[in-house]
Design a protein. Structure first.
Length: 191
């Protein structure tokens, strides 16, 4: 598989994930704002809850490997904000793997939710900085890194590397939130 094919695959995954997030938001609004429950909403929620550990592992692993691919294979140097995002993503595949293999532990839910919320805020801020909505402040070139506003490509009119990270964090937040609500309703988490 060529480098270009891998990049296209990662960008396509981001696009599909973005559309899925949009669908989740729409279904969430239908259910909780307009009070219209749908079978699709119920099916998605139950699927995400039943496969939480595997999906969390998969999303966090792909995000981690994707960031390593861009920096180590493609040679794109990570900026200061990219490093902060990595701090909040890189432990997650390990935590999910341990939770899956050791004892199917639901304790990772809050850990992943907190890591993903903080990482998502950083990635969202980074993306807004990159597209020029937020001024670049405090993200000067440090050592051998690049400026945070610099980007190495734009796909589908909106996908950049920080957007890829943002989408991964948002997926993890949705999955964790749904699982947390399921555990609370069944009182699993508090045992």
């Amino acid at each position: 598989m060529s480098k270009e094919s891998i990049i296209q695959f990662i960008e396509l995954l981001t696009l599909i994930s973005s559309l899925f997030i949009g669908l989740l938001v729409l279904l969430f609004v239908l259910k909780f704002v307009l009070r219209k429950d749908t079978k699709l909403y119920q099916w998605i929620v139950h699927f995400l809850q039943d496969h939480y550990l595997f999906l969390g592992f998969l999303v966090s692993l792909i995000a981690t490997l994707g960031s390593l691919f861009y920096s180590d294979v493609m040679g794109y140097p990570p900026c200061k904000l990219c490093w902060f995002q990595r701090i909040f993503m890189y432990p997650q595949p390990i935590l999910f793997l341990i939770a899956m293999k050791v004892k199917r532990n639901t304790g990772i839910i809050l850990n992943s939710l907190v890591l993903s919320l903080i990482g998502g805020l950083i990635a969202g801020y980074h993306y807004l900085m990159q597209i020029g909505i937020v001024a670049e402040k405090g993200c000067d070139v440090v050592g051998m890194t690049v400026k945070c506003s610099e980007y190495f490509g734009l796909s589908y009119g909106f996908i950049t590397i920080p957007m890829m990270a943002f989408v991964a964090f948002v997926l993890l937040v949705f999955i964790a939130y749904g699982k947390l609500k399921a555990c609370e309703s069944r009182d699993i988490y508090n045992k």
